[in-house]
Design a protein around this ligand. Sequence first.
Ligand code: GLY
Length: 349
Amino acid sequence: MQQIIKSTSIANDLAVVLSNTSHDKLFILTDENTELQCYSLISTLPKVEIAKRVVIPANDSNKIIENLTQVWKFLSNNGATRHSLLINLGGGMITDLGGFAAATYKRGIAYINIPTTLLGSVDASVGGKTGINFEGYKNEIGAFYPALHIIISAEFLNTLTQKDILSGYAEMIKHALLDSKKIWNKTINFNFEIIDYNLLNDLVMESVLIKQRIVDKDPYEKNIRKALNLGHTIGHAFESFALDNDRAVPHGYAVAWGLVAELYLSHKLCNFPKETLDLVSQFIQHNYGTFSFNKENYDILYQLMIHDKKNVGDTINFTLLADIGEIRIDQTASRGMIEEALDYLRIER
Ligand code: GLY
């Protein structure tokens, strides 16, 4: 039975998990950064000390077949069996690639995710989406294959930059909007000027559990899991547009701006309350700044939305809200309405 563990001592919690999880051999995947900055937090455990380790280069650009092959070879050369256990220690790149290596090696071995970024904790490590980028397309090859355990550790939070925290926080805003006014109020009142790490840690756990509840209802994204795409149809277009113009923005920032535009669509098409839209919009402008683009960019942004892999045919698929917690999946919007939403984000706030 999968467990999501809220940890304040990663070494202690991992020790318990390892003694309760039967396995013949233990393997550890890190990237070059988490090897240096995070591995020491678990390295004193006797089972970890004798585990074989593989280190791959950091960053999403390395979530590629060559590094996946390296992990497969590492497992194979070190005699991993179907009963072996892999620990993925890193951000979304490591948990996605390591999860896919685990999904495919000997048709599937068990793995534990220890996410080391906020974005990884609240999104990538939970829900079983694993995979790699391929031929320039993000997450093009992959499988649904959930981690056996996920250890969410507060110990990494205060090592993160403000930008990393904000990037993960956008997914937490999304989860709060999907869930309830109670969580929403706590989330929108968080103060990034003086970060309260204990409060952040509590909010992270609540956020992870919101995602898990949605995934449990629809693990293969046939239905309500599409709710998790809120903010992402327009957000992904911003992310790709910025990348193509050599001014890459963090995923969470693109999602934050995407959320504002999609809540505008929600207001126009599903009566989402204007005051909540304005509140989100101000919070995001204050903490994330503005995404610079102009009317001449609308066509390319629209084309990027058309090519989103969540669409069926040529219709752009949105998840919208009628209110906080009132989810409307499989919505469409006219090009004119999408342009109005882009106008709102650009000028009318
Ligand atoms: N990141 C969205 C999902 O896991 O479905």
